[in-house]
Write a protein that binds this ligand. Structure first.
Ligand SMILES: *Cc1c(COP(=O)(O)O)cnc(C)c1O
Length: 379
């Protein structure tokens, strides 16, 4: 018990088990466990009031410097960064547009994107009052299709990053060249595209995109309700003017002083990390699992070099004889305390090392072995 009778184990106090995350940085699982230095920054920010405008501007300058971008804004998540990026493009930061952006039919509010880039998160574009205009299909997109789709109703082009998506779209460089020739900005969604750390500047400084969005609670191991919008200073300023603390359209997507400071701390930590050592440790865990599960009957093992978002984080795939068997093992892992979360795709269960805390890879091994043996006995 801490002071005032609030127990140390808050999830237990609420009657729910904690989750050991062998899946990935899923929002539905709360993202990641926060490093103590991030929690300390959040606690420090909680101790007094501050001018939120000053904090936003100062944190924006800091995240821009850390990520080698012209400007930056801390948001309440990558989805909010998308909303604000689109609002920035629609309004250009002009106060009379910001004031009536949601019912001014004279504004250019189409956002062009590849059909092969349609993802569940793209509704954040529509939340900003934009209409999505698709180009191409899953198998191919031609430059002329993008050129033809951009006209005076276009506010921005949206490009989704990640090698897990069909690689049949126009490249980011081609997309940028076409959009810029027509005077339209390109917004890149790179929510889960870390590592590598260089992606923090590669899409903008390297490939020429105007702004890029990241989640704070995924690869950066920051607060779940945080994100980044990085890139061109005029667009970042326009985005900021649409957001809290102002009473504007994006006011409901307020990010608190604790999350802003937590994300700055997470970003500082992320940039100071030994990323090669992380890669070696992940690799060692996956190799160890491969070894530990080698004797399990009826399961084939394989290592994948990239995670579910296509980034270079290795994981172990365990392929069962049927979907039903994989589902049974998944359910057994989930229905114990602590819960263990995994990614399952059809008959394959994936175990990821990067979201586990110290010691948890052994727990995952023991529980998965037990679940697999139980499945053998009952099937
Ligand atoms: C997770 C994700 C988002 C949303 O990010 P939040 O930080 O949860 O708002 C957007 N786009 C993609 C591709 C994502 O993976």
């Amino acid at each position: 018990m801490t002071a005032q009778g609030i127990p140390d184990d808050i999830f237990g106090h609420l009657g729910i088990p904690r989750v050991v995350n062998a899946a990935t940085t899923y929002t539905a699982l709360g993202g990641v466990a926060l490093p103590p230095a991030v929690v300390a920054a959040m606690a420090d920010a909680s101790k007094s009031c501050v001018s939120m405008e000053e904090l936003h501007l100062a944190a924006g300058r800091r995240v821009a410097a850390l990520t080698r971008n012209e400007a930056g804004l801390v948001t309440s998540g990558c989805a909010t960064a998308i909303v604000l990026g689109v609002l920035a493009a629609i309004t250009d930061g002009r106060p009379e547009r910001i004031a009536k952006v949601h019912h001014d039919n004279t504004l250019a509010r189409n956002v062009v994107m590849h059909r092969a880039h349609r993802i569940p998160y793209d509704r954040a574009i529509e939340l900003a009052g934009a209409r999505i205009v698709e180009v191409g299909n899953v198998l191919q997109t031609f430059a002329w299709e993008l050129e033809a789709a951009i006209d005076d109703t276009t506010a921005a082009v949206f490009w989704v990053a990640g090698s897990h998506l069909p690689q049949t779209t126009l490249s980011l460089e081609e997309t940028v060249a076409i959009a810029h020739a027509k005077g339209v900005p390109v917004i890149v969604d790179a929510a889960a595209q870390l590592p590598p750390v260089s992606n923090l500047w590669n899409y903008t400084q390297g490939c020429g995109a105007d702004v890029v969005t990241f989640s704070g609670g995924k690869g950066l191991a920051g607060p779940q309700a945080s994100g980044l919008l990085l890139g061109r200073a005029d667009l970042i300023e326009a985005a900021r003017l649409n957001a809290a603390p102002f009473q504007r359209l994006a006011r409901p997507m307020k990010v608190g002083k604790e999350e802003i400071c937590g994300l700055v701390a997470a970003l500082e930590l992320y940039l100071a990390r030994d990323h090669d050592a992380d890669a070696r440790n992940w690799r060692r865990t996956v190799d160890q699992w491969m070894n530990d599960f080698g004797d399990l009957e009826g399961i084939s093992l394989h290592r994948e070099d990239s995670n579910e978002a296509g980034q270079p984080v290795p994981r172990l795939g365990l392929t069962f004889a049927s979907i039903a068997r994989a589902e049974q093992v998944e359910a057994t892992l989930w229905n114990d305390s602590p819960r263990i979360a995994v990614v399952r795709v059809h008959e394959t269960i994936y175990l990821s090392p990067d979201t586990l805390l110290a010691g948890e890879s052994d727990l995952v091994r023991d529980r998965l072995r037990a679940a697999a043996l139980l499945m053998e006995r009952t099937s």
